[in-house]
Ligand binder design. Structure first.
Ligand code: FEO
Length: 404
C-alpha cells in the first residue's frame, strides 16, 4: 500500500489488517483497517497513529509523502491500543512534535507511554489549531466510545475525522465508499456498518444523537467522513449520518431472530415449527445457531430484528453455556426497543427458560411470557405447540413494531 490522497494535500496513511479475526473478543470476520491521516500544510500534521504492529506500514505510507521528521503536530483522537499503541514509533522519528489530545486522553496515555519528554497540549470542544492554510477544530465525544474520544474537523477541506464513529471492521483493497460499492457491493458495506454499530456502538445511541445534533448546531459542512476503521465516506456523507441517526433511534426490521443452541437436537427441532409459525403470521425470521456462528454475527442479527427468541436447553438446571455467554455479552451492550421470548427442551428438571427471562428482566427488554418448554424430545403435539407459540409471538411482535 501507499498513501492515498483524500483531498488535495490530505492523505490516508493507515494499514489494512486482512487477517485479524479476534478484535478484543469481537469476531472480525472481514478483517479491519487502522486509518490515520496526514495533512501537508505549513505545519505537517498527523491525525492518529495505528496499532503498534502495523506502525511500520503507516510510517512507510507517510514516507511516500514526506519525511516523518517534518511532522510538527500529532493529534490523538482516541487512545485505545488499535490507534495509539503506535504513537511511540512515530515520536521516535519526530520527537519535538506537539501532541494534541483531550485531558482524559492524556491521563490514559501516560499509563502506556512516558510523556515526560513529549510536548502535550490539551484541547477541548471548539478549540482550533491553525497549521497554515488550514484550521483544525476539535470536538470532544466522551464515551463514543471511550472517555477520551474526540473528533477533528478539517475546516477548509470539510473533512470530519471521526475516529471510531462511522467506522466498519472491513479490510479492503480500496479506501472509499464509491470504490467499494463498485468492486464489492453496497449491501456488503451496509452489513459491515450494522455489524460495527451493533457490536461496538449499541450502548451509545443517546450520545450519538446528541453529538450529531451538536455537529449540526455548529453548522459544520461535511464533504468527507474519515473514520479510523474501514471505508472513508465521500459519496453521500449525509446518508451515512442519517443511517447512524436511524440506528441510534433503534430502527429494526419487522422480523424475528431465533438465536439458539442445542444439546441433543431437541431445542433445534423446536425451532423449525416455530419458524413456520412466525412466517405464517407474516413476519420474517432468521435462525442463528450459536456454536456455529461468530458471536459478532449473533449480536448483529439480534440488532437487525425487532424481536428475538432465545432457544436454550437446560443443562444442570441453568441455561446452556453458549446461550448464557451470548446473553451476558448482549447485556453489556444495553439493548433497547427489542421484544424477546425464550424456549427450550429439558430433561428431569427445567431452569434454562426461567433463567433466560431473568436475564431479559435485567436488560429491561420487552419480554413475552410465558416461554415454551418441552420435555426431552418434541412429539408431534409438541411441534404443533411450537408452531402456535411462534405464530402468537409474531402477532405480538407486529403490535410492538407498530409503536416505532
Ligand atoms: Fe478502534 Fe476504540 O478503538
Amino acid at each position: 500500500m501507499k498513501a492515498v490522497e483524500i483531498k488535495n494535500g490530505v492523505y490516508w496513511v493507515g494499514a489494512v489488517d486482512w487477517a485479524v479475526r479476534d478484535f478484543h473478543g469481537y469476531e472480525t470476520t472481514r478483517g479491519t483497517t487502522y486509518n490515520n491521516y496526514l495533512i501537508m500544510d505549513d505545519e505537517v500534521t498527523l491525525l492518529d497513529a495505528v496499532k503498534s504492529n502495523f506502525m511500520d506500514v503507516s510510517i512507510k505510507n507517510i514516507k511516500s509523502v514526506v519525511d516523518p521528521s517534518k511532522i510538527k503536530n500529532i493529534v490523538i483522537n482516541h487512545i485505545e491500543n488499535d490507534h495509539a499503541s503506535g504513537i511511540g514509533a512515530i515520536m521516535e522519528l519526530t520527537p519535538n512534535a506537539k501532541i494534541y489530545i483531550t485531558e482524559k486522553g492524556r491521563k490514559g496515555l501516560e499509563r502506556f507511554h512516558d510523556l515526560s519528554k513529549w510536548n502535550i497540549n490539551i484541547v477541548k470542544t471548539g478549540n482550533t489549531l491553525t497549521i497554515g492554510k488550514r484550521t483544525l477544530m476539535f470536538l470532544e465525544t466522551p464515551m463514543l466510545h471511550w472517555p477520551d474520544s474526540m473528533m477533528t474537523y478539517i475546516k477548509e477541506d470539510k473533512i470530519l475525522v471521526s475516529q471510531d464513529a462511522f467506522g466498519q471492521h472491513l479490510a479492503s483493497s480500496v479506501r472509499f465508499d464509491d470504490e467499494f460499492v463498485t468492486c464489492e457491493s453496497m449491501s456488503e458495506l451496509d452489513d459491515a456498518v450494522t455489524d460495527y454499530y451493533a457490536n461496538i456502538l449499541m450502548p451509545f445511541g443517546a450520545l450519538i444523537k446528541s453529538k450529531i445534533a451538536e455537529v449540526q448546531k455548529l453548522g459544520l459542512e461535511i464533504d468527507v467522513i474519515a473514520p479510523d476503521h474501514g471505508i472513508i465516506w465521500r459519496a453521500h456523507p449525509g446518508k451515512t449520518i442519517q443511517r447512524y441517526l436511524d440506528m441510534a433511534n433503534g430502527a429494526a426490521a419487522l422480523s424475528v431472530a431465533i438465536i439458539y443452541d442445542t444439546m441433543w437436537h431437541s431445542t433445534e427441532q423446536m425451532t423449525l415449527p416455530i419458524v413456520q409459525g412466525i412466517r405464517d403470521a407474516g413476519v420474517d425470521c432468521k435462525v442463528i445457531k450459536l456454536r456455529a456462528s461468530a458471536m459478532s454475527v449473533a449480536i448483529k442479527e439480534f440488532w437487525k430484528a425487532r424481536a428475538c427468541l432465545i432457544g436454550t436447553p437446560t443443562l444442570n438446571n441453568i441455561m446452556y453455556p453458549s446461550v448464557a455467554h451470548f446473553l451476558t455479552h448482549l447485556r453489556g451492550l444495553r439493548p433497547k426497543n427489542r421484544m424477546v421470548g425464550a424456549f427450550g427442551s429439558y430433561g428431569w428438571g427445567g431452569g434454562a427458560v426461567k433463567e433466560a427471562y431473568e436475564e431479559f428482566k435485567r436488560m429491561g427488554l420487552e419480554a413475552v411470557e410465558p416461554g415454551l418448554q418441552i420435555l426431552f424430545k418434541p412429539s408431534l403435539d409438541d411441534e404443533m405447540k411450537c408452531y402456535e407459540y411462534g405464530k402468537a409471538f409474531a402477532e405480538k411482535v407486529k403490535e410492538y413494531h407498530n409503536k416505532f
